[in-house]
Ligand binder design. Structure first.
Ligand code: ADP
Ligand code: MG
Length: 323
């Protein structure tokens, strides 16, 4: 165990920390939500944790894509990687400002810096042959077919709600500015980075980077980030208090402290849904496999979760199994 003064935690904030279902998404709403989340992150910093923050960006990128679609005749639409960069800027700004204000109230002078983060994926990732992640606005079947023909976009029918563009969701392989992030974390900076899973890029053989249309899962990118900064803990904050087996059935059971082997068995049995709890559990397992402790908890229970009093904690060996 490292000295308590130097423990590092990577905190991944779910979309709810920024924009809640049913909200319109005004700047004021988003700032209010973010402010509440950052009050709790400031408590972690006060408790001597070095915090590295990452976050989702689904609703924000979705809105940028809608803006692009609606104004395409007057303003040139931007590709997905640029929308990802824009969302890192807007969300990073809100996180940075509200966290700085909460730290200041506590008399803490920890600097907070947002890093625009490119994350490289493998151009040969099999996700590119099977785009699966729905993004942006809904279209009619006729509109979707035109877009497939004219723009070459992959489009799929989304659960009876209409047609949507689908993009690949490849594995994150390299956090491009990782050395700078590691240096800043070591110097005591609270770094906000890899937002939305990172700006997706591919690296050519000669090392050159190019943006691509894709969405990297933010939880999987958080696991990579946690490994890169040699974090002691990975904390994934979401809108449920714990991970459950038999989720949303009468047999539902909350998971407390679970060993990596047990979690692997639950995941293999299909207890965690793809695209939501699935990648969180996968991210936790990767990080624990690399030697850390991983926790999935509610956004409202940051400090209890770090103290082992809330959430689902995945550990190398079983220390308890009660929920
Ligand atoms: P975030 O924005 O935090 O990434 P997601 O919606 O992607 O949130 O994931 C959280 C959701 O995962 C929960 O709201 C819940 O509906 C869903 N979920 C699916 N399977 C499970 C499970 N086994 N245990 C807990 N939640 C689950
Ligand atoms: Mg999610």
């Amino acid at each position: 165990m490292t000295d308590p003064e130097t423990r590092t935690v990577v905190v991944a904030l779910g979309g709810n920390a920024i924009l809640q279902p049913g909200q319109v998404g005004t700047f004021e709403e988003q700032l209010f939500n973010v402010d509440g989340a950052m009050r709790r992150i400031a408590e972690l910093v006060e408790a001597s944790w070095r915090v590295v923050l990452t976050h989702g960006n689904g609703p924000q990128v979705g809105n940028l894509l809608i803006q692009n679609a609606l104004s395409a005749k007057t303003v040139a639409p931007m590709p997905m990687d640029v929308c990802g960069a824009e969302s890192q800027g807007q969300i990073g700004y809100m996180l940075e400002q509200t966290l700085l204000n909460h730290l200041r109230k506590r008399g803490l002078e920890t600097p907070v810096v947002t890093v625009l983060t490119q994350v490289a994926v493998d151009a040969a990732d099999k996700a590119f042959t099977n785009p699966s992640k729905p993004v942006g606005p809904f279209y009619s079947e006729a509109e979707a077919k035109t877009m497939m023909l004219e723009q070459g976009h992959a489009m799929k029918e989304d659960a009876g709600r209409g047609w949507r563009r689908v993009v690949p969701s490849p594995e994150p392989v390299e956090i491009v500015p990782r050395e700078a992030i590691v240096d800043m974390v070591r110097d005591g900076v609270c770094v906000v980075c890899s937002g939305g899973g990172g700006i997706p890029v591919v690296r050519a053989k000669d090392g050159a980077l190019t943006g691509i249309d894709a969405v990297i899962d933010k939880d999987l990118a958080a696991a990579l980030l946690a490994k890169d900064v040699a974090a002691d803990a990975l904390l994934i904050l979401t809108d449920v208090p714990q991970a459950y087996v038999h989720y949303s059935t009468p047999e539902q059971q909350a998971l407390g402290t679970v060993s990596l082997a047990e979690m692997r068995a639950y995941a293999a049995a299909g207890h965690f849904k793809a695209g939501s709890m699935g990648p969180k559990v996968a991210a936790c397992m990767r990080f624990v496999d690399a030697g850390g402790t991983a926790i999935i908890a509610s956004l409202t229970e940051v400090v209890p979760a770090m103290a082992g009093e809330a959430g689902t904690r995945i550990v190398p060996e079983a220390k308890a199994t009660a929920g």
